[in-house]
Design a protein. Structure first.
Length: 277
């Protein structure tokens, strides 16, 4: 039997994971001197309330022991682990370490080089292939091929949060707030880090720049698009509509970011992502 293991970068809750017959290892957030496993011990609403009290969170990858426990549980099965991007998290490296410790004979650990919606979609594709009876190697090949096609852009909006967390200098945060400019960061093609993409005069202008760039890169309606957000659903819907009009697609995935990603981008951040169908 083929077992699929991933992490909570996919934004899958434990209930959904059970329905899909996969295992989702949760990332951890620490805030106000307390650590929580996201989707299990804390939800985004509770998390946001603590942030609003002035507390700054940090996040961390799952412990190696979580993977070792699953590898032992599935020692008679073939196991595919699809982790969030290496470099943006230590999750991939933790899982490789667990694989080395484990005596399990058939484990494939895949660095998805992405996160959130594209990560979620490629895991969904793997589930469908598993349920259709595809082989271990066929599923692995699909995952590795599709992960190379993902692109991600982040539009942070809570400059005070980023300043308090040390992700923006005081000057940059002040200028961003006063000038109402919208910075955009993008995930590098190798998936290992985030870098500056550009700025827009406002949020909508920044979104237009991202969509124009994707169009120039050859992204078309054969791809799947996603918008994830932190407590700003109306904006996410607006971005999804802009994507539909720009690329002539009928569906855009809209998901709420988890605590670990709100930690990085801040409340009100919006991510625009794409991956091949």
């Amino acid at each position: 039997m083929i077992r699929i293991i991933t992490d909570s970068s996919t934004l899958y809750t434990q209930d959904v994971a059970n329905e899909l017959q996969i295992d989702v290892v949760p990332l951890t957030v620490t805030i106000n001197n307390q650590s929580y496993r996201e989707f299990i011990e804390i939800d985004t609403n509770k998390f946001y309330e603590i942030i609003k009290q002035g507390h700054i969170p940090t996040s961390s990858q799952p412990p190696i022991g979580d993977y070792l426990e699953l590898f032992d549980k599935y020692k008679e099965d073939e196991v595919i682990v699809i982790t969030m991007a290496d470099g943006l998290s230590g999750t991939y490296q933790s899982c490789l370490s667990a694989k080395q410790i484990s005596e399990h004979p058939r484990i494939k650990v895949i660095n998805s080089k992405t996160l959130c919606v594209p990560h979620r979609l490629v895991v969904k594709d793997a589930i469908e292939m598993r349920d259709q009876g595809h082989t271990f190697d066929e599923i692995v090949s699909m995952i590795e091929t599709k992960c190379e096609t993902s692109r991600s852009f982040l539009l942070p909006q809570d400059f005070d949060f980023l300043k308090r967390g040390g992700r923006l200098t005081n000057l940059a945060a002040t200028l961003g707030g006063l000038l109402k400019i919208q910075p955009v960061v993008t995930q590098t093609k190798d998936g290992t880090r985030l870098e500056k993409f550009g700025v827009g005069r406002n949020f909508k202008g920044a979104v237009k720049k991202v969509l124009e760039h994707l169009k120039h890169e050859g992204i078309d309606n054969s791809f799947r698009f996603g918008v994830s957000h932190a407590f700003t659903y109306d904006q996410a819907q607006q971005v999804a509509q802009m994507i539909k009009e720009k690329f002539n697609v009928t569906k855009v995935e809209i998901e709420e970011l988890s605590c670990a990603f709100i930690t990085q981008g801040g409340p009100l951040c919006v991510a625009i992502q794409v991956i091949a169908s």
